[in-house]
Each structure stands twice: as C-alpha cells, then as structure tokens.
Design a protein around this ligand. Structure first.
Ligand code: R1P
Ligand code: URA
Length: 239
C-alpha cells in the first residue's frame, strides 16, 4: 500500500531495511551491494531500493535529516509496510578525543532533548535504547572485521548548527554523550512503540574538538566498512 511519501507497494519492501540519512548514500549502497536492485521509491527524492544480498531480500531506504523526517519514514515502514527491522547506517559528530574520524560508533543508548517521543506517543523518557540482539550483532561483526569501534551514549540533536557553541560540550560532560546524530532517537522510539527492532551504527564524519570533517563525497560513498557490517547483520535476520 503506497503512502503520500512512499510509492512502493507492500510487496516491494523487504522485512529488513538499511536506512542511511542521505538518499545518494542509499543509491550508492544499492548499486554497489545489491543484486537486481529495483528503485521502489523516489517521492521527494527519498530513494529506496530492494534487491538481493547473498541471496536474501534487503531494502535500502533513506530517512532524510532530523527526527521529523526519520519519524515519518520509519513509522510508515514499521506500521504500513510490516517491516520488522531497521538499522540506521549514518554519520555522526564526535564529542570526545576517544573517537577519531572514520571510527565506528555503535550506541548502546541515545539521549535527546527532542519533543519527538512525547508528541508521537506521549512518552516523556529522554533516553531510548537499541534492540539488544541487533546491537550485539553489530558489535560482534565490527569486532570480527577488526574495525575501530566504540560504544556509549549517542546524542540525537534537532540542530546541526548552534549559536551557543558551548552547548555541545555541556551535553558531553553532563549527559555523557560521546557523539551526535539527528535521527536515532526517533527511530529507536518508533521501533519500541511498534514492538519492532531497530539499532544504529554510525561513522564519525565530524570532530567537534579537532575541527576535522569529511567531505560530502566521503559521507556519500566512503562508508563501505560500516555498510558491510550492517548488511551482514541484516542478512542474518532477513527471511
Ligand atoms: O549522514 P546521515 O546519515 O544523514 O547523518 C547525519 O548527517 C546529517 C547532518 O549532516 C544528519 O542527518 C545526521 O544525523
Ligand atoms: O548530526 C551530525 C552528524 C554529523 N556531524 C555532526 O556534527 N552532527
């Protein structure tokens, strides 16, 4: 059943979804890793593809930026397309010298000041969690591939730009958040409410202490290690 945001039919969407923020990262993943990838959505440019990875069906669909956008697409996937698992495969900004550019960050909790959860479901919790089995699978897979990876609390922010620069560092010190993205809080909350499974894996693309950052091209097509970890975990859970 199509929605106003997604023209795919229910049958065209797999039960497991890899979800980057960037639509062009979605296209890159589909073209590089999926066999017989078919474009199933392009409404608003939010590209989605379904294809086969090592013989199992996987959908790759972009979320766009921010909890509002992730909220729409993950709600529809869980509740209208019967998707069981979404793994956000994104970029993040590091708040700590314990993380370097291109390191993997696999958050075991996610804190946010966002009003998303209270507006969506009335839930006033400000910390959400990934599915423990998916989280453990991501962690173990990154370990097996001998990739630099860290765990800890992620900050999901409604803002990419700040007028008050010191806020980021207060969040790091007071809330013990090691890195920041803009979507995981909405995804993990929607999964919990729908009684589905979700987790996040991120590559460090910006460093707030070192003032280093990856280019747009690196963020679009430079994350193969993280993508391969995600695909291996989704493959394990795919039907
Ligand atoms: O690279 P993606 O997955 O979009 O993730 C990060 O990049 C965007 C900001 O530049 C936000 O969406 C943030 O969460
Ligand atoms: O949300 C994000 C993502 C990458 N880098 C940041 O600084 N913030």
């Amino acid at each position: 059943m199509a929605t106003v945001h997604n023209k795919a039919s229910k049958e065209e969407v797999a039960s497991v979804v890899l979800m980057p923020g960037d639509p062009l990262r979605a296209r890159y993943i589909a073209e590089k890793y999926l066999q017989d990838a078919a474009l199933i959505n392009d409404v608003r440019g939010m590209l989605a593809y379904t294809g086969s990875y090592r013989g199992k069906r996987i959908t790759v669909m972009a979320s766009g930026m921010g909890c509002g956008s992730m909220g729409i697409y993950s709600h529809e996937l869980f509740n209208k397309y019967d998707v069981e698992i979404i793994i956000r495969t994104g970029s993040c900004g590091a708040y700590t010298m314990d993380l370097a550019l291109m390191d993997l960050f696999i958050p075991d909790s996610c804190w946010s000041q966002s009003a998303y959860a209270s507006i969506y479901s009335g839930c006033t919790d400000d910390v959400v969690y990934p599915d423990p089995e998916l989280w453990a699978d991501l962690w173990e897979c990154a370990q097996q591939k001998k990739l630099a990876h860290k765990k800890g609390c992620l900050h999901t922010s409604d803002c990419f730009y700040y007028k008050k620069k010191e806020d980021k560092h207060l969040i790091c010190e007071e809330k013990k958040c090691l890195a920041v993205d803009m979507e995981s809080f909405a995804l993990l909350h929607n999964a919990a409410i729908a009684q589905k499974k979700a987790a996040t894996i991120l590559t460090v693309s910006d460093h707030s202490l070192l003032k280093e950052k990856l280019s747009a091209a690196q963020r679009q097509s430079g994350f193969d290690e993280m993508i391969e970890v995600t695909l291996d975990v989704l493959w394990k859970h795919a039907k």
